[in-house]
Design a binder for this molecule. Sequence first.
Ligand code: MN
Length: 199
Amino acid sequence: MTYQLPPLPIEYDALEPFIDEKTMHFHHDKHHQTYVDNLNKALEKYPELQEKTVEELLQSKKIPEEIRIPVARNAGQHWNHSFFFSILKKGTTPHGEILKEINKKFGSFDNFKTEFTKSSTTLFGSGWVWLVYNKGKLEILQTPNHETPITNKITPVLVLDVWEHAYYLKYQNRRAEYIEAFFNVINWDKVEECFNACK
Ligand code: MN
């Protein structure tokens, strides 16, 4: 069995004008596809590992040393992108249990937005900024490069891809504008679903 690129769950132009159609094509069809292809390539000689879920690969302590780095990188990027693309949609607003928990942890939604924005702006280089549910509370977390909370069995509720490939075509060096735009395309219905499933 080989790993497959999940289809984009929305139309490529569904996030316009905040995230443009061209970026979505490159991001999903090229970047994400390449991580999936490279994961399959790394596991070519290891059919028994191909049976594992992506989560199991990321949590396994028994990946052979010669493929440990490419598996961590490409399985991490595969998982992170699948999750990122699943929480994007225009036109929803924060509600329900997740909004209550955000208010409880950060004082207000605006405070949460400020902290998440700060974390996304200050992440040096490429990486991901997460809202996770860890040991009974929400936390904002940065991971560099391909790294993912899944490796440490921490449950993501929300994520922003802050690799340049996620925004460069439209925003170039203006990462702050991309982060502001992201807050218009978070699928809060999906985030609420993730939160209720993990808590
Ligand atoms: Mn990306």
